[in-house]
Design a protein around this ligand. Structure first.
Ligand code: GDP
Ligand code: MG
Length: 402
């Protein structure tokens, strides 16, 4: 080891002092955002400091797969438990079994087309393998469902560091747009990114207040306008602010209902156009939020929004509260649009990237194998699920306002 020359020490010290001064100056600038009004009609609210977990608060959420399995309890009851009963009751693979399987899948919101496609492939495999045992069909169905779900799976893009990533969120009222925006914002904030939420559902005052609550809770900044103001101008101001302040992510809320459907679609087209005008290439993602409890109607909504604005990905919400989770198979089959995110609860932490493999494991093996991973006792965890015990912080759910 050689001795450090005194000159180098002085240089290092000077650099440290400079860095400290710079940090103080930057903090001062951030504080100044409190009072920011860009002169435009929109108001920029600063991010709230992150909340610390209170002593005695519930333990952190369990593993991803456990939580997912818990969320899918109802769909599993509707789809997989009925399947198991069917496969268990039938002794041979015959026409009656295929007929009952078809009925079961269609009534589980898988959809007619997706059901027939699944059954055709299963029949072909069963014939090829000269299958006699109905139990084996379960394995085949599981693998075909996974194939169907994996064929289009894609992730929502992350910011590249080259300007803000702009995500426009669309969907009918009550689908879960605002909730999903809050959860998504929180996720990016947790990843150390600066997030700005645009309160673009200006049609209802309550919708603005609701997205403000979520954004604050997530630790994101908010750009909001007056109720009834032009959402395109809120979107404009949000992206302008994001660019000038070096934000990493902008998430744009939008209305889900206007006076007429064509009014709504025209407004969304305008918001999209304005985003692109402020920042070429924006919006980088158009996320359609669909409520899984709407079953097949969700597919019809997807077609309409896609025709108007060109949807790049789907967030499928409320999979925890429904037995109609089978619709995800119909969506993967009928639409060209990938499911990117799934909502499995009302808490901040209840948004997941859609991972077909995990989803199928949670759905088909949920009560057993999935819960065995990462927990002390699989049986104990399974009992927890039965009792419907929630691991999330009850304080972290925001009541919807329509
Ligand atoms: N159980 C459950 N509820 C959800 C989920 N996502 C949203 N919600 C609820 O759905 C309702 C409508 O959500 P909101 O975000 O206001 O919908 P928006 O009108 O599309 O903005 C609220 O009560 C939310 O708490 C989810 O994944 N699971
Ligand atoms: Mg909303």
């Amino acid at each position: 080891m050689s001795a450090v020359p005194p000159v180098a020490l002085v240089v290092v010290l000077a650099a440290l002092v400079l860095a400290a001064l710079l940090a103080v100056a930057l903090r001062g600038r951030r504080k100044g955002w409190d009072a920011v009004d860009d002169g435009g009609p929109s108001e920029l609210l600063p991010a709230a400091p992150p909340r610390a977990r209170q002593p005695g608060a519930p333990p952190p959420p369990r593993s991803v797969l456990e939580r997912l399995a818990e969320g899918l309890t109802r769909t599993r009851g509707q789809v997989v438990e009925r399947l198991d009963a069917l496969f268990g009751a039938r002794k041979v693979v015959d026409e009656e079994l295929w007929r009952q399987l078809e009925e079961l899948l269609i009534t589980s919101d898988v959809g007619v087309r997706a059901t027939h496609r699944l059954l055709d492939t299963m029949r072909a495999r069963a014939e090829k393998e000269e299958l006699k045992d109905p139990g084996r069909l379960r394995t085949i169905l599981r693998s075909e469902v996974q194939k169907a779900l994996s064929s289009r799976a894609r992730k929502l893009p992350d910011p590249t560091g080259d300007g803000p990533l702009v995500i426009m969120v669309v969907g009918v009222n009550g689908a879960g747009k605002t909730t999903t925006i809050g959860k998504l914002a929180a996720r990016h904030v947790r990843a150390g990114r600066k997030v700005l939420v645009a309160a673009g559902d200006t049609f209802r005052a309550a919708a603005i207040e609701q997205v403000v609550v979520w954004a604050k809770r997530a630790g994101a900044e908010i750009v909001r306008g007056e109720p009834g103001s032009d959402p395109a101008s809120v979107a404009h101001d949000a992206v302008t602010a994001a660019v000038s302040r070096g934000a990493d992510v902008v998430i744009c809320d939008t209305a889900g209902r206007l006076h007429t459907k064509s009014d709504l679609m025209a407004e969304l087209v305008k918001v999209k156009r304005v985003l692109g005008r402020v920042l070429p290439g924006a919006p980088h993602a158009i996320l359609l939020v669909l409520d899984s409890t709407n079953g097949q109607n969700a597919i019809a909504q997807a077609r309409e929004f896609d025709a108007a604005v060109g949807v790049t990905g789907i967030a499928l919400t409320k999979l925890d509260g429904t037995a109609r989770g089978g619709v995800i198979i119909g969506i993967a089959d009928e639409l060209e649009i990938p499911v990117m995110l799934i909502g499995i609860g009302e808490g901040m932490d209840d948004l997941r990237d859609f991972e077909p493999e995990d989803f199928v494991a949670a759905l088909f093996d949920g009560g057993v194998q999935a819960l065995g991973r990462g927990s002390n006792s699989a049986a104990e965890a399974a009992r927890d699920v039965e009792r419907g015990i929630r691991a999330d912080d009850p304080d972290e759910s925001v009541a919807g306002q329509g």
